[in-house]
Ligand binder design. Structure first.
Ligand SMILES: Cc1ncc(COP(=O)(O)O)c(C=O)c1O
Length: 388
């Protein structure tokens, strides 16, 4: 059978099962309102939690970075791609996260894959929350670790699994879960790691910028030291509004990753102008605390309004990610399309991104939303959910 014939059959199957994914083509800037084709939509689908992706000062910093450094970095960080501005960004991040040293990556996905592959030995035990991001799973697979999945935020299950350990053990978790919006009990996980001599690895992709002192993230908010969480990663593609990622930890950790993380060594370094934009965004996160306050006001407005209208929310999701679990992929697609018809963009999340039977709307609230935007979403949801 020809390759295209085989692939077409697979695609048809995905369509029949309502699991086919299509990209939307946005025009113009990211924001509370976005343009797709001829229409403008109220956007409840972005991870730009603080409304910084189109901030004039971040754009200006990017442009100034282009004038100073040119467009591309021109090489990997170990050759000539690493610049003064990358170094300045790493220093700023180390200071903000209260870690000794930082190393930049081009994305959160490549950070997780490269770091886990570099640190975790073949045959080490890697314990991962069942609802963890694909990049953490892929990192564990690439490293050849024995991957053990514990039930979502279930500390008893994690405890049982670490009790039997015979090998070097790693506990890896997201801080704020990307599809469920709830938080991992970081202090308990760190305590357990201490008790069981396991190494704690936290992916703070969705917490960085939103929680903690000056947006330093969930690990900072929980007051966890470098010793308690020796490997901390976060991304710049969510609340920071740009793109890229970093790992923060001890000097020895970062030096090891400089030597061994293949997704850092064998890739062109982040464009310097991007690092300049990230630095500007970090400054805004520090100076404009009102963005985080506004975000949490909107979240509270959404949760109260949903509760008043009996819209089923996740009990433990108190941050910017608000899932509505409808279970069935067809139903989720229908609701997402009905919202689109009312001028509102909300993502339909289906397997394999989430486990079978847990298809959901993934609503993201941002500081760029106005009160009336959230009101409009609530009344549309309430209308549509009463008729499906
Ligand atoms: C928990 C988590 N880790 C890592 C990533 C990947 O980050 P990036 O978009 O920077 O590749 C994501 C983004 O989807 C995520 O949700």
């Amino acid at each position: 059978m020809l390759l295209d014939d085989r692939l077409s059959k697979e695609l048809e199957k995905l369509k029949r099962e309502n699991l086919y994914r299509a990209r939307t083509v946005r025009q113009g800037k990211q924001g509370a309102l976005i343009r797709i084709g001829e229409c403008e939509y109220l956007n409840f689908s972005s991870n730009d939690y603080l409304g910084l992706a189109s901030h004039p000062l971040v754009i200006q910093a990017f442009k100034a970075g282009l004038d100073t450094y040119g467009v591309g970095s021109g090489g990997s960080a170990l050759i000539t791609g690493n610049t003064q501005i990358h170094q300045k960004l790493e220093e700023k991040l180390a200071e903000r996260t209260k870690r000794s040293k930082v190393l930049l990556f081009n994305s959160g996905f490549t950070a997780n894959v490269g770091i886990i592959d570099a640190l975790v030995g073949r045959g080490d035990h890697l314990l991962l929350d069942r609802l963890s991001h694909a990049s953490l799973i892929d990192g564990a697979r690439l490293a050849g670790a024995k991957l053990l999945r514990y039930r979502h935020v279930d500390m008893d299950h994690l405890d049982q699994l670490t009790e039997k350990k015979q090998a070097k053990t790693w506990v890896v978790t997201e801080s704020l879960f990307s599809m469920d919006g709830d938080q991992a009990p970081l202090q308990q996980i760190a305590d357990l790691c201490d008790r069981r001599s396991a190494h704690c690895y936290v992916d703070d992709a969705h917490g960085f910028g939103v929680y903690g002192e000056n947006g330093a993230g969930c690990v900072n908010a929980a007051g966890l030291s470098q010793q308690e969480v020796p490997v901390l990663i976060a991304t710049f593609g969510k609340a920071v509004g740009v793109g890229g990622a970093f790992v923060a930890g001890s000097e020895v950790l970062v030096e090891t990753l400089i030597q061994k993380a293949r997704t850092s060594i064998y890739t062109t370094a982040m464009p310097p102008a991007q690092a300049a934009a990230i630095l500007q965004s970090l400054e805004l996160i520090e100076k404009e605390a009102w963005r985080r306050e506004k975000l949490f006001e909107r979240i509270a407005q959404f949760r109260k309004g949903a509760c008043d209208r009996q819209i089923p929310l996740a009990d433990n999701a108190h941050g910017p990610i608000q899932p509505i679990i409808l279970k069935d992929s067809e139903k989720v697609m229908n609701v997402s399309n009905a919202l689109l018809n009312k001028g509102i963009k909300v993502s339909a999340i289906r397997p394999p991104t989430v486990p079978r039977g847990t298809a959901r709307l993934r609503i993201t609230i941002t500081a760029a939303h106005k009160k009336e935007h959230v009101d409009k979403l609530l009344s549309a949801l309430s209308d549509i959910l009463n008729h499906v």
